[in-house]
Design a binder for this molecule. Sequence first.
Ligand code: FA5
Length: 344
Amino acid sequence: MDELLNEALAGLRNAADAPAIEQWRVEWLGRQDGRITKLLRAVREQPQDERAAFGAAANRLKQELEAAFEGRQEELRRSAIEALSTTSALDVTLPGRPQTLGRLHPVTQTMRDCIKAFADMGFRVAEGPEVEWERYNFDGVRIPQDHPARDMWDTIWVNTLVDGRRQMLLRTHTSPNQVRVMERSEPPIRVIVPGKCYRQEATDATHEWMLTQIEGLAVDEGIRMTDLKGVLYEFARTMFGSERKIIFHHSYFPFVEPGIEMALDCFICRGNDARCGTCHGTGWIEILGAGMVHPEIIDNAGYGSDRYTGFAFGIGIERVALLRWGIEDIRHFYANDVRFLSQF
Ligand code: FA5
């Protein structure tokens, strides 16, 4: 057995790589035909009085070889790594590159917070298509062809012709969903519709060609302007706290009567810089348009404007995000610069 041990250990020392020690393992410790396995089987054939001693010695030998095998295996593994670090381009001592965790885009975060604010006031969420029909985006909200109000929204049209002319566009606002929601539901309605809109827009600090809006619509008996103002006040308080100043201006949109805009005080110049790129010297940053749904739209839905009234609003989510974090230029949002995005 001593001879066997020496022979086996010498063989193991000569095995210089993984295939070689595997071959050694099969030769010596292999379960079927390994030499030690055979030796253990031979215990039975020994004379009665030598059997116990033979068996014990054979087991000891097996254990010694198993331990030697594991040691050699580890030795080879380590020297293979060391060899790599000196002979190849792979430097195994370099620390790993940390995987940075992603997060939600600041506009998405703001969108979700806005949705939550309205959901808490009883609005449910609906959706509508980004590629929209002209008749929903414009005609359905009282902006027929050749009406000058179409110029308020510089439209990106889809080139496909329907009945010989372009009738599809990238929606310029979420307002077509006022009509879509009324088409498929009955009052009382309290709904918000979030989503992307597109305009052929010369970009500046507060204008992008892709923007995100949340449309709001409430239709019921007895809804009044004070309800609209209350909802918008509550929304502004939730998003900006009670310290920020809010102002309502009169405004014009063909689908509401009367129409208003809501603005917040300019966080950049506080109204003190006539050349401020964010508020243009007005001291106010507009975040939404709103008003009482035009009676004609309520009638077109078949509800009857003698009985039902409603309010609608369209909020610019990028503007809300600008205001809540004091960001000076809307174009940062879609420039894909991680140094900017990772701050939120
Ligand atoms: C509208 O889009 C109307 N549909 C809003 C409305 C809805 C009025 C319901 C009445 C009733 P306006 O074009 O003003 O209106 O846009 C609404 C808001 O979207 C603006 O207050 C602003 O916050 C945001 N917005 C508009 N254009 C841009 C732009 N180019 N980039 C970023 N935000 C914009």
